[in-house]
Ligand binder design. Structure first.
Ligand code: CDV
Length: 303
């Protein structure tokens, strides 16, 4: 039996602080159509795709940033994307800032089926950065001010003929993210990101930003026998350069398709969903070879 999924990473270039959501959605609809023309039935968009990466600024009170959040999905801004995707019969994943009716704020990604219905919602588990303004930084990374850690953990859903999981940006650096989904039989992980090239706490990492981006996703794919799609909001956004390098990684750990620009770009790959089973049934036969009784520290000790 063969199961093939043609998927696309729809990379976005910079989104200015004053760019209206309607304009970003128009860009996304353009990318969706390009992906569809190239045969894709699933399109992955980046983290916080609808706006600039607003955690780079401190604003007080927090409610002054409410316009960056979505209170419904789909909502007025995103309806055109949902409508065009359903018309084309293309599903997608979309990262956005979520403000719930009871006032919770999450860094969220939804998975939308080919009929335009939301299939799954994931709220970012690992929130990087800091909680309060740190004036010494050239730009802020205030995810821990703007969002609460996702309370639901990592899910894996049956969709697009596959076992699909989601993670967001910093999650991709943590092996636990992949492993929890690997244990649930994940075959495809969709990961949107915004990654500044400059890392103020340790600038010696700057030159390695692209290397680390690929390193973690390739390792996670291989060690769990899963496809991984990494999709960036890249380029110089409000003066901050961010890693682009959107890519599709096979269960072998090989990068099979990659963006060549730091702007709006569609990267397409034909994915054999049976490929992962080869790893899961041999070298990474979890049931046969794992020793969970030896790994207790992973859940008992935080750091
Ligand atoms: N949006 C992110 O989660 N960014 C982090 C940066 C701050 C290191 C990342 O892991 O890419």
């Amino acid at each position: 039996m063969t199961r093939t999924l043609v998927l696309a990473a729809a990379q976005l270039g910079p989104v200015a602080r004053d760019e209206p959501k309607a304009s970003v959605v128009e860009r996304m609809v353009g990318l969706l159509r390009r992906a569809h023309r190239r045969g894709a039935t699933l399109v992955a968009f980046p983290e916080l795709a609808l706006t600039t990466f607003f955690p780079r600024w401190w604003v007080e009170p927090l409610s002054a940033a409410d316009h960056f959040y979505e209170t419904e999905m789909p909502g007025p801004a995103t309806e055109p994307l949902f409508a065009e995707a359903a018309r084309l019969g293309v599903g997608f994943s979309l990262g956005y800032a979520e403000l719930t009716p009871d006032g919770h704020r999450y860094n969220t990604q939804v998975l939308v089926g080919r009929d335009g219905q939301v299939v799954a919602r994931y709220r970012k588990v690992h929130l990087p950065g800091h909680e309060t303004e740190e004036p010494w930084r050239p730009f802020q990374h205030l995810e821990r001010y703007y969002f609460e850690p996702g309370p639901d953990g990592f899910g894996v859903w049956d969709a697009f003929g596959a076992r699909v999981g989601m993670m967001i940006c910093n999650d991709r650096r943590w092996p636990e993210s992949y492993r929890v989904m690997g244990l649930a039989g994940v075959e495809l992980i969709l990961c949107g990101y915004n990654t500044p090239v400059h890392y103020p706490p340790d600038p010696s990492q700057d030159a390695l930003a692209g290397f680390h981006n690929q390193l973690v996703m390739q390792a996670g794919a291989y060690q769990n026998g899963t496809w991984v799609v990494g999709v960036a909001k890249g380029g110089v956004e409000e003066g901050v350069d961010s890693v682009a390098q959107s890519c599709v990684i096979a269960p072998s750990g090989q990068v099979v398709a990659q963006a060549v620009s730091a702007g709006d770009e569609v990267v397409v790959a034909e994915c054999d969903l049976e490929w992962g089973a080869r790893y899961k049934a041999t070298l990474f036969d979890f049931a046969r070879y794992r020793r969970p009784e030896m790994y207790a520290a992973i859940t008992e000790v935080r750091g």
